[in-house]
Write a protein that binds this ligand. Structure first.
Ligand SMILES: [Fe+2]
Length: 534
């Protein structure tokens, strides 16, 4: 067993010079940065904590596993075949924001429900013990800049400088990453990994009692030295984990790599991009990785000189998708195909069409592309489930909405049956993100027929990402269950909802012993995998 992350410098161990430096830097932050630079500009919606963490986006405290009693099943019956833990990640700031705060900036917190033999035996929630969280807890205040909420204009530059000075003075340690591990989850090589794209993953163990224990910041035993995106792709046939790392400061701005089922890392494939680009997600097929290079880019000079956010929409750039053989040795094997004016934050699946030599990519195309970062177009935001066809023979692309115009609805976070990832899938389960950014239900989309069946949570009830769990021994693609947390805003009550994916009928609702804030991505870990955890 590996040890928990080491304790970080604490104020009680500072020498007199460090105490003086800390007081001086706190004063500069409070008077110059917060008092002058930030107060002179009203916060945009995307950085206003009163918007970003209002209502059921507000953080909660940790909760240990519920005791000896099962959680109450308030309707239906839990399918006995659901044996394992549903775990969901989310952003949950430990400290109240002092300045700008975007929803994605919050500290990572995991929520776990253990299901066994038709019972819901425990619920627990814990912060993922990131280096950043441990230090800010010890200091009693936030000191690491919020990447989206605070890094705007001169005040953002000042906050970066303050972090650098605090690090130099030994008041904080930024050398073990500054990420929040709040977005993705994947189970690979007997480890549950919690991830955000600005750091290494964190290894978290689901304990026998249903609790969550952060084991360590996970560098794959010294093999991974860069950040890793929050949506690595687990090939269901080979057991390999494919992933990317992007860098916002130095070339190469993008690297591709993979891990064997037992965790051995491949060599990096360095991919040339003209500018650092946000690549939140990508896709795999049987033989290829499909990597989007889109128009949301990082321009630090915009922050330093233009007074804005470093995350910008580059209207001069043409979006493109790269097709790279999975076991490529170099990026010279990459084929780029333009897909103009396309911005998919997430890609749900991709596969190869043998007849036409096309690669089909299924994603949600978002317009305006930068709206989740600027927050000023919530009423105009569209997230259209789209089929993109990349023709490797002609080098051209086509794209079309999967649903007809009269069925169009904003669809975001979701999944296909992950047992078929990279292969031709018929169904996708996606959150109905309306009224944006709330999720009023989920949709089962027939990607072949272009039809949709919705499960609506009901008046005043909202949820998040649907998680598809195949039924053991099931044959049909949709033989399984869709799990997700749902919150009733009027009653202040949260539930775990279990829906039969084949007929879209509710199987069970489990009352949870506390409010579950709206969150990000989740996964289901089967009982056998729980047993095999490192
Ligand atoms: Fe995501």
């Amino acid at each position: 067993m590996r040890a928990s992350p080491p304790a970080r410098p604490k104020p009680t161990t500072w020498n007199p010079l460090q105490k003086l430096a800390a007081a001086a830097l706190d004063t500069i932050e409070d008077t110059l940065v917060a008092g002058l630079l930030e107060r002179s500009h009203p916060l945009p919606r995307a950085a206003d904590p009163n918007v970003q963490i209002a209502g059921n986006y507000a953080p909660v405290d940790e909760l240990p596993p519920t005791g000896a009693d099962d959680l109450p099943v308030v309707s239906g019956r839990i399918p006995p075949s659901l044996d394992g833990a549903y775990v969901r990640n989310g952003a949950n700031p430990l400290h109240s924001p002092r300045a700008g705060h975007h929803l994605f900036d919050g500290d990572g917190m995991l929520h776990a429900v253990r299901l066994r033999a038709g019972r819901a035996v425990s619920y627990a929630r814990r912060f993922t013990e990131t280096s950043r969280l441990r230090q800010e807890r010890a200091l009693g205040r936030p000191v690491f800049p919020k990447p989206i909420g605070e890094l705007h204009g001169p005040s953002g530059a000042a906050r970066l400088a303050l972090l650098g000075l605090r690090h130099l003075a030994g008041l904080v340690d930024a050398s073990h990453g500054t990420g929040v591990a709040n977005a993705g989850l994947v189970f690979h090589n007997n480890r549950l990994l919690a991830m955000s794209e600005d750091d290494l993953p964190y290894h978290v163990r689901v304990t026998d009692s249903g609790d969550l224990h952060t084991v360590a910041r996970h560098d794959f035993h010294g093999q991974l030295h860069d950040t890793m995106i929050a949506h690595p792709k687990l090939d269901p046939v080979s057991g390999e984990l494919f992933s990317l790392s992007y860098n916002v400061l130095t070339k190469p701005y993008l690297k591709y790599f993979y891990f064997s089922p037992d965790g051995r890392k491949s060599r990096d494939v360095e991919i040339h991009l003209d500018a650092p680009t946000m690549i939140h997600d990508f896709a795999i097929t049987e033989n290829y990785a499909v990597i989007p290079d889109q128009q949301i880019v990082f321009k630090l000079q915009e922050m330093l000189l233009g007074g804005g956010s470093p995350v910008v929409y580059d209207k001069e750039k043409t979006s493109r998708f790269g097709i790279l053989p999975k076991y490529a040795k170099s990026s010279s094997e990459m084929t780029w195909i333009h897909v103009p004016d396309c911005f998919c934050f997430h890609l749900w699946n991709a596969w190869e069409e043998e007849d036409t030599d096309e690669i089909v990519v299924i994603g949600s195309c978002m317009t305006p592309a930068d709206s989740i970062f600027t927050g000023d177009a919530d009423d105009r935001l569209q997230s259209v489930l789209t089929e993109i066809r990349l023709d490797r023979r002609t080098g051209r692309s086509t794209r079309r909405p999967v649903l007809p115009p009269d069925q169009q609805v904003n669809l975001e976070v979701g999944t296909v049956n992950h047992g078929l990832l990279g292969r031709r899938t018929r169904y996708a389960y996606l959150a109905v993100a309306e009224p944006w950014p709330k999720v009023s239900g989920f949709a089962k989309v027939d990607l072949w027929a272009g039809t949709v069946q919705k499960f609506v949570y009901g008046e005043g009830r909202f949820g998040g990402e649907p998680c598809f769990v195949p039924r053991p021994g099931g044959v049909d693609e949709d033989d399984g269950y869709v799990l997700g947390f749902v919150h009733d805003e009027a009653r202040g009550e949260s539930q775990l909802l279990i829906v039969n994916a084949a007929d879209m009928k509710e199987e069970a609702a489990v009352k949870l012993p506390g409010r579950v804030p709206y969150g990000l991505h989740g996964t289901f870990i089967g009982a056998d995998d729980l047993q095999r955890q490192e």
